[in-house]
Structure formats: C-alpha cells, structure tokens
Design a protein around this ligand. Structure first.
Ligand SMILES: Nc1ncnc2c1ncn2[C@@H]1O[C@H](COP(=O)(O)OP(=O)(O)OP(=O)(O)O)[C@@H](O)[C@H]1O
Ligand SMILES: [Mg+2]
Length: 300
C-alpha cells in the first residue's frame, strides 16, 4: 500500500488557498479514486451532503439531507427510531452498498471527492472511514489477532506488535489486556469488547470513525469510559455518532443533527434533517419546535 493510500487526501495550505485559509484546492491525484481534482473544498468539512436520499427498493428512508460534517469534531445524529440515522451513517462509508436494494442519490463528497464516483474503491473508503457498531463484534480470534487483522489485510508485516500496542493504548484498553493478548477476545467484558472494536478500527489509521449507538449495550461505567475515549480521539479523528441518549449527545458532541420522520400523503414515512447546529445551541435554543419537542421528550 502506498503512502498516498494511507494518508487522508491532502487538502490544505497549498496553492489555491483563499480567504481566511479555510478553502483550498486539491492538487494531488486523489488518494481514493486516483482522479485529479482542482475543485475548491473547505478544509474544515469532511463530508458534504447535498440533497442526499436513500431508498430501500422504491421506498425512501431519508430524503433531502443537506449537511456539512466538520473535521476533528464529534457530530451526533439524533432522532426517533426509524427516522434513518443508521441509514444515513452507513452512507458515509458506503456500507449501504452491502445492503440489498439500498440506493443513494444526491451528492456525498468526502474532502470534495464524490464518494459514490464509480472510480472510488469502497474497500479503501471503509478503511479510511471506519465503523463501530451497536453490539461489540470482535472476531473469533485472540485480542492480538483482532487488532492485527486489518493491518495484515493491508499487507503490513512489520512492527505489528507496536501497531497493536498503540491501537490498544489509544483505545484505553492496553493496561487491561497487555498480559493476555493471546486470549480470546470473547473473554473480555462487553465494555472491553467495544473498546477492542474501537482499537481494531484505529489500527488501520482511519480518518473518520462512525459509531452507531456504541454504548447502548453497555453499563454506565463502560459508557463513561467510551465517552471519555471519544473526547480524547476527537483531537485526531472526525467522529460521527448515532445515539438515542440525549445526555450523551449533549455531553460528548460538538455538533448535533436532529432527524425526524414525516408522514406523507398515503401514509409513507420518510426521514429528513430538521436542524443541524452546535450542540449547545441545539440543546438550549433550538430553532425548530420539532427539535425542542424531541429533546424535551414531548415527541418521538
Ligand atoms: N435493509 C433495509 N431494508 C429495507 N428497509 C430498511 C432497511 N434498513 C432500514 N430500513 C428502513 O429505513 C428506515 C430507517 O431505518 P434506520 O435503521 O436507518 O433508522 P434509525 O433511525 O437508525 O432507527 P433506530 O433508532 O431504531 O436504530 C426505516 O423505515 C427502516 O424500516
Ligand atoms: Mg439505527
């Protein structure tokens, strides 16, 4: 694997930077698709969603989503069950490609690059944009082999011990497992398994971490450890988290998107984005009465 494939696309202070240094041009051959682009993109936006819709067969699950996901911040997706949070999250690393009948329309750019361009390699996308699921899903392997799995698939043969130690340290699990790296991952507690899954995700050096209700199967202590971890990781990664826990969204996220379901004529239900704002603002002074209804528990 080349450096170009292991680094985030180079977007930055090069030629093409404009006012305030917040906009720059991508001059390098793009790392994901190999395409060359000179389209100006904001450096502080990782994902740009425009009129995004996802269909399962002919039925729309979410429609009309316009959203800019900021870099090196935690963005929470909240909303009632079935509004399309997981669907939207799965779009961000093309996981919906793996769901039968799922179809995405509109634009979803990753550092200005169309993520759904046919030249983009979805496997590389999922390496850069990792995912942690609701239920911890360690492989039936040792703790060590769980973490080494991704790097090995990517052809890494050297320094695996260092990579494993670093990923486990970054996921705040090293001290608890350093003496039993060859034990089965299934011997860990639920909270430890979830941190193991986060470490497995970190071991391939992603740029973004997507988390779908990562604490819903955990007790309050394990939840608090994962939340602390997210806040630490925010320094280096962009995190998008789906959560049903309002306090969690308020505690850890910098930005929050509230999604809800519309009931259309004929009874079909379609999710859409109601409001996106800084978390503090959305939770204390939401612009839309539907957001207020949801966060105060009057609806959803
Ligand atoms: N694989 C699928 N095939 C068909 N429809 C699906 C599929 N996955 C989700 N849906 C539908 O898409 C809509 C959004 O589902 P999604 O799982 O994204 O909601 P959610 O907001 O994550 O809900 P929850 O909070 O319960 O996890 C729902 O109406 C759901 O029934
Ligand atoms: Mg969901």
């Amino acid at each position: 694997m080349t450096d170009a494939l292991t680094q985030p696309p180079r977007v930055g202070a090069g030629a093409g930077a404009t006012t305030g240094g917040s906009v720059a041009s991508v001059r390098e051959p793009d790392a994901v698709s190999g395409a060359v682009s000179s389209v100006p993109v904001p450096t502080d936006v990782v994902f740009e969603l425009r009129d995004l819709a996802v269909y399962y067969g002919d039925v729309a699950a979410v429609e009309g989503v316009d959203l800019d996901v900021p870099a090196r911040r935690i963005t929470a997706l909240i909303g009632p069950s079935g509004c399309g949070k997981s669907t939207l999250l799965r779009c961000l690393n093309r996981m919906n490609d793996l769901v039968d009948g799922a179809r995405v329309t509109g634009r979803l750019a990753y550092y200005g690059l169309d993520l759904y361009d046919p030249r983009v390699d979805p496997v590389e996308v999922r390496r850069r944009i990792g995912m942690v699921f609701q239920k911890p899903n360690p492989f039936p392997k040792s703790i060590y082999d769980n973490i080494a799995f991704g790097p090995r698939v990517n052809g890494v043969r050297r320094n695996l011990d260092d990579i494993v130690e670093k990923a486990l340290t970054d996921a705040a699990l090293w001290d608890e497992v350093k003496d039993k790296l060859r034990s089965s991952a299934f011997a860990l507690s639920g909270g430890q398994q979830q941190r193991l899954c986060i470490a497995r995700c970190l071991a391939v050096e992603p740029d973004v971490i997507l988390m779908d209700e990562p604490c819903s199967a955990l007790d309050p202590i394990a939840t608090s450890r994962i939340e602390d971890l997210m806040v630490e990781l925010r320094e280096r990664y962009t995190i998008v988290i789906v959560t049903h826990n309002m306090q969690q969204a308020a505690r850890v996220s910098d930005y929050t998107a509230f999604i809800t379901t519309d009931v259309r004529d004929g009874g079909s239900r379609v999710g859409h984005l109601v409001e996106f704002d800084a978390t503090e603002k959305l939770f204390t002074n939401p612009s839309d009465p539907r957001t207020e209804g949801y966060i105060t528990g009057r609806f959803g």
